[in-house]
Design a binder for this molecule. Structure first.
Ligand SMILES: [Zn+2]
Length: 326
């Protein structure tokens, strides 16, 4: 059969919920970090809560998607539910653990970078103070000498210039005192926290998470019912967003794709946190009754395969290959 029914809506709901949760975590993190940012003022309890709340939310979505996909492929409702619970909680725990680790790592790196910058600024500032102080002392000495030994009108002008010089150096000192603790720009902090908790991250997790739970659900149902076939076919969306890992799998049979990805889509980071290209692929099962759309797609793919005289890989699409509209 086809991809998960109503996938777009499901995925958008997933992304929205996760985005809202991330945004709450991001705001908390910003206030815990303070300015200048100090990673040690973010307690372990915060990271633990990030992990727990992410895990809970992701699990609820993965379970729903698994059940939807499994029953869509003829899976028995109660078996699907039981399996979905196990699958969803385990997978969500993995995702949440990696999310916590990666976010904490990114923020620590950011805080270390900024504290180095701040230390540099402080050193520069200190040097500026020392230079200004010694200039003031020198100039005051000169001024005293000039005033003690005033002979001509020229000396009056010179004294005036020295006084101005002293005032300038004093202004530098005041400025340096104001900048004793350099702050980090708000937008720098924002961009660091958005990197870890922004909507991009949420969208990627939602897209790949949807694909993975849908695959797990359909594979479970097919194995329980009509059984796998060597001709179960991998589909990509076959558009400009398809990543270079997925693209060559489009239109390949189980015996080809399963060597690389035995559990089906997603075709990358299968055991880890979906950080890079999001995957939207699915499997079409030969033993299943096909939807009309899929029948049309299938016919085209098989015809092209026959024309190529290639039965193992009827549609070896490469990135940028003019593959026609599926
Ligand atoms: Zn893919």
């Amino acid at each position: 059969m086809a991809a998960l029914i109503d996938r777009g809506r499901v995925e958008a709901t997933f992304a929205n919920k996760l985005s809202r949760l991330n945004s709450r975590h991001r705001k908390e993190l910003e206030s815990l970090l303070g300015n200048p940012p100090n990673i040690d003022s973010v307690p372990e309890a915060f990271w633990q809560r990030v992990e727990d709340e992410t895990s809970e939310l992701v699990a609820s979505m993965l379970i729903l998607i698994f059940i939807a996909s499994s029953t869509q492929h003829g899976g028995n409702a109660s078996d699907s539910q039981r399996q979905a619970q196990t699958y969803g909680t385990q997978r969500a725990a993995q995702i949440a653990r990696i999310h916590r680790r990666e976010s904490a790592r990114k923020l620590r790196a950011f805080a270390e970078r900024t504290s180095k910058k701040i230390a540099n600024k402080r050193r520069q500032n200190q040097r500026r103070v020392e230079r200004a102080q010694s200039r003031i002392a020198r100039t005051q000495e000169k001024l005293r000498a000039t005033l003690a030994d005033q002979k001509s009108a020229d000396d009056g002008v010179k004294a005036e210039r020295l006084r101005r010089e002293i005032n300038d150096a004093k202004a530098t000192l005041e400025k340096a005192a104001r900048e004793k603790t350099p702050k980090v720009l708000k937008k720098e902090i924002r961009s660091a926290t958005i990197d870890a908790f922004g909507p991009d991250r949420a969208n990627r997790v939602a897209t790949t998470g949807t694909t993975q739970a849908a695959s797990a659900g359909s594979e479970f149902a097919i194995q329980q019912t009509v059984g796998f076939s060597e001709a179960d076919m991998w589909f990509t969306e076959n558009d400009e967003r398809v990543c270079p890992v997925c693209a060559p799998l489009h239109g390949t049979f189980r015996r080809v794709w399963s060597q690389q990805f035995p559990n089906g889509p997603p075709a990358h980071s299968p055991g880890s946190y979906p950080i890079d290209a999001p995957c939207r692929c699915w499997i079409s099962y030969e033993n299943e009754k096909l939807s009309r759309d899929d029948k049309v797609r299938f016919k085209k793919l098989l015809k092209q395969a026959q024309q190529r005289g290639d039965t193992t890989k009827p549609f070896p699409a490469r990135p940028g290959d003019p593959v026609g509209k599926l």
